[in-house]
Design a protein. Structure first.
Length: 455
């Protein structure tokens, strides 16, 4: 078989997810022709895709000294280091890309996000502004021409947005993304011409409170139908959600409270009594997932956590034991799209802090079978009273698109963990193929909602 045909076959396997076959054929090409740039680059991209980042970095470093396309290699090196959370190294590689491809808006956006993550806020703001001046909109084309309609997504640079990448993949509509800076002079007519419907992605009050007012002003100037209006987001902090949902029938809503750094310091110093009973869950405001999120069973444990993270405000929440009768913890996620309540996943773990990606579900067939049953018919798990609780929460929250993480206690009462529009929906379910139907159902509902609003 010729080298060119081998490369073509490897690339085809790569695109279609047959990674073992692709790797074998890329390596066969390299064994025959060690300096084959395309095979080496394709192999490096594949290694990143399957999370073998160190192997990818070794190949890319070699390619960097044997290449006619330094920008592409630096871009992949930046991606690999970012996947390893080596953001300072990733930033240096993307800055090299910019040196080779000056004024590339996409690269500028990546650099600005890294700068923000590294705490270089002023640098990030300047980089975002430069990207906006070069190209106000990033367009994701529809899969057809002409598109069914045009959607404008309003995005907060570096701060707490609704994850939307999966939702707009392979869409019949055109997606246009505008980054919001509070003092930028936008071409309103230009934005309006790219918007049959406007989707506000700014979803985390703690990270982006200052942008909600400018977002509302911009969106109202555009004057098109809106999904997740900023004024509805403004009242979705963790403590506000807890207050608003208190008293929901057949639902236990732990009353989360926000404490400033000064208030927490007064508690730690003994000047005031602890405001809530232990055990408590603690997390810095503006954070999500399991990082920097602890269960404090006593004041000393809370004090140790705050010593590491005490320079910002925190949310404290009374801990609720939601362990099931068989000893496992179950966290259910629903995505609310318009008037639909759609199951997204069931995460099962042996500890209180349950996240699907960190459970042992990939190795437990009974857990996968249980999740699949839930996804196929959630109302066999959530009966009439639990479903009514979810519907009541939906009516109170009032957003067009958001998610809820919750559990069920041993009496079948819904235990509410989290409600916001920041929850991730993605299609990377290689180890859980049965999830595909559920996530595609959410995507279709999202498309249908936008289409309805666009008319």
């Amino acid at each position: 078989m010729s080298i060119d045909l081998l490369v073509d076959q490897a690339s085809s396997h790569h695109r279609e997810g047959r990674f073992d076959l692709a790797e074998t054929q890329y390596r066969e090409v390299i064994d025959t022709e060690p300096d084959h740039w395309g095979a080496g680059f394709g192999l490096a991209q594949l290694l990143i895709r399957i999370n073998r980042f160190d192997d990818a970095i070794r190949w890319l470093t070699w390619l960097l000294h044997n290449t006619h396309d330094g920008a592409s290699v630096h871009r992949q090196l930046g991606l690999a280091h970012a996947c390893k959370n080596q953001l300072d190294i990733a930033l240096r590689h993307f800055q090299k890309v910019l040196d080779l491809e000056p004024d590339n808006p996409a690269t500028l956006h990546v650099i600005a996000n890294f700068q923000q993550e590294l705490g270089r806020d002023e640098d990030a703001k300047a980089t975002f502004r430069r990207a906006l001046e070069l190209k106000p909109l990033i367009t994701i084309p529809a899969v057809q021409a002409p598109p069914d309609f045009r959607a404008l997504f309003v995005f907060a640079p570096g701060g707490g947005n609704t994850p939307f990448t999966y939702l707009v993949e392979q869409a019949g509509f055109e997606s246009n993304v505008v980054s919001l800076l509070a003092d930028f002079d936008y071409d309103i007519e230009g934005l309006r011409s790219h918007a049959d419907v406007v989707i506000n992605l700014i979803a985390d009050v703690d990270q982006s409170q200052a942008l909600l007012g400018p977002a509302q002003a911009l969106i109202e100037r555009i004057g098109k139908p809106v999904v997740n209006h900023p004024r509805l987001i403004a009242d979705t902090s963790r403590d506000s959600i807890a207050r608003r949902l208190a008293g929901t029938p057949h639902c236990h809503v732990p009353q989360t409270r926000f404490f400033s750094a000064a208030e927490l310091e007064a508690v730690r110093s003994g000047d005031v009594q602890p405001p809530l009973s232990f055990p408590l869950l603690a997390r810095p405001a503006g954070t999500h997932g399991g990082k920097d999120f602890v269960k404090a069973d006593n004041p000393s444990r809370l004090d140790a956590f705050l010593t590491r993270h005490g320079q910002c405000g925190h949310y404290l929440t009374p801990y609720v034991d939601y362990r099931s009768n068989n000893g496992y913890f179950r966290k259910y996620r629903f995505i609310f799209v318009n008037n639909e309540i759609l199951p997204y996943h069931l995460a099962i773990g042996d500890g209180w802090k349950v996240h699907h990606a960190t459970t042992n579900m990939a190795n437990r067939s009974w857990m996968q079978a249980e999740e699949q049953r839930f996804l196929e018919d959630p109302w066999q798990v959530f009966g009439a009273s639990q479903q009514a609780a979810l519907q009541s929460m939906r009516d109170v929250i009032g957003l067009d698109y958001f998610g809820i993480d919750c559990g069920l206690d041993r009496e079948g009462v819904v235990v509410m963990f989290e409600v916001n529009a920041c929850m991730l929906v993605h299609g990377n379910n290689d180890a859980f193929g049965y999830k595909t139907v559920a996530v595609e159902r959410i995507k279709r509902a999202f498309h249908s909602m936008l289409e309805g609003r666009s008319k």
